[in-house]
Design a protein around this ligand. Structure first.
Ligand code: SF4
Ligand code: FES
Length: 359
């Protein structure tokens, strides 16, 4: 039996606790409680198994990973194992002593998320008063520490017009890299799609703003466009079970952050099975790996090894079957579902369903 190539990255979702409540959060709708979280020894074993399996990078994520008191210890474990470590944080819990401790432990990179450039816009999305000032203070501390920093802005219909100001803020704060990522519509994002989805005109304007900034040079820019306005889907996670492995706060191991919605499949847990066994032979990871599972039109499509059939979670959320062709693809028999959502943008909703434990 040929084993798959090892994953490149581990997404370690240390906790689902978070002081913010963004309505596009990539966490599942069923958030995991603190009592269910893995302890430090188990996370240490997960990192050791990941390194042994061939993982190169670990992304400490959440929720807000800084809510975990053992974050510094886990970063030092990653350093000992020669894993490149990235902290994905909102920055609102970061202060100078914590940053110093993370730096000393060997943290390689910080991705700091911003909800907007204006205080009001940031509070409307994140739901936390004073968050913007705390993020700006965090960015200045990170800049002073010398740890490489990427600023991440999730964009949607309410803030997409402010992309030029986002770049200006990134330059002012000395970020080396900026990620402008249109909201992805599964989980909380799908729940709030009608309030978030930009119009095609807004999308085109945002693309022009990104191109204009790229032309200026001096800033590395990643731009993630919204699937809904594309003709072909993106290769979600670089292909199911091909590059990423995701461990949830309670130890479930998933091929992507949204996979828990897939019905009728067992979700393996690091408490019961090794990471390498899960990656190599679990039914979950082999379910949509490669191209054998594909229906037509993917099966005979020349793009099948480029986009790997798009996103399984999107196919499930929109069509009820994860094995269907991603409806974003204009060749999909379900493409009308996406076209309909895009057409509905004139009846956009204004209220958000915030990402909270009780929602
Ligand atoms: Fe991708 Fe399938 Fe569409 Fe081809 S038919 S572009 S493989 S989603
Ligand atoms: Fe799960 Fe795309 S989010 S496959």
């Amino acid at each position: 039996m040929t084993l798959p190539s090892p994953p490149m990255s581990l997404l370690a979702e240390l906790t689902h606790r978070c002081p913010l409540a963004c309505p596009y959060c990539s966490n599942p709708l069923e958030l995991e409680r603190k009592a269910a979280e893995l302890d430090t020894a188990t996370w240490t074993a997960v990192l050791e198994q990941a390194a042994e399996l061939g993982v190169l990078q670990v992304h400490f994520s959440g929720g807000e990973p800084m809510a975990r008191p053992d974050l510094v210890e886990l970063v030092s474990v990653a350093r000992r194992l020669n894993l490149y470590s990235n902290l994905i944080t909102s920055g609102v819990l970061l202060d100078e002593p914590k940053l110093e401790a993370l730096d000393k432990a060997g943290l390689d990179h910080i991705q700091l998320s911003f909800q907007d450039v204006t205080e009001a816009g940031a509070e409307r999305i994140g739901g936390l008063k004073g968050a913007q000032a705390r993020k700006i203070a965090a960015a200045r501390l990170i800049r002073a520490s010398g740890i490489p920093m990427t600023l991440n802005f999730v964009v949607h219909r309410e803030n997409v017009a402010r992309i030029p100001e986002m770049f200006a803020l990134a330059r002012e704060l000395g970020a080396g890299r900026v990620e402008i990522a249109h909201t992805q519509y599964y989980g909380w994002g799908l729940k709030n799609r009608d309030a978030l989805l930009p119009s095609r005109d807004q999308l085109e304007e945002s693309t022009r703003a990104v191109e204009a900034e790229r032309a200026k040079g001096g800033l590395s820019i990643d731009y993630v466009t919204p699937d809904y306005h594309a003709d072909r889907p993106k290769p979600c996670m670089g292909g199911w079970g091909q590059r990423f492995v995701n461990v949830t706060p309670s130890g479930r191991v998933l091929p992507c952050h949204a996979a828990e919605i897939i019905p009728d499949v067992a979700f393996p847990n690091v408490k019961d099975v090794t990471l390498s066994e899960i990656w190599n032979i679990s039914p979950l990871f082999n379910m949509f790996r490669g191209t054998d599972w594909m229906p037509e039109p993917c099966r005979s499509c020349e793009r099948k090894e480029r986009d790997w059939g798009g996103c399984r979670c999107q196919a499930l959320a929109l069509t009820g079957n994860a094995a269907n062709t991603d409806p974003v693809c204009s060749l999909s028999p379900f493409h009308n579902l996406v076209e309909q959502a895009v057409r509905n943008d004139t009846q956009a909703r204004k209220n958000f369903i915030y990402r909270r434990f009780k929602n």
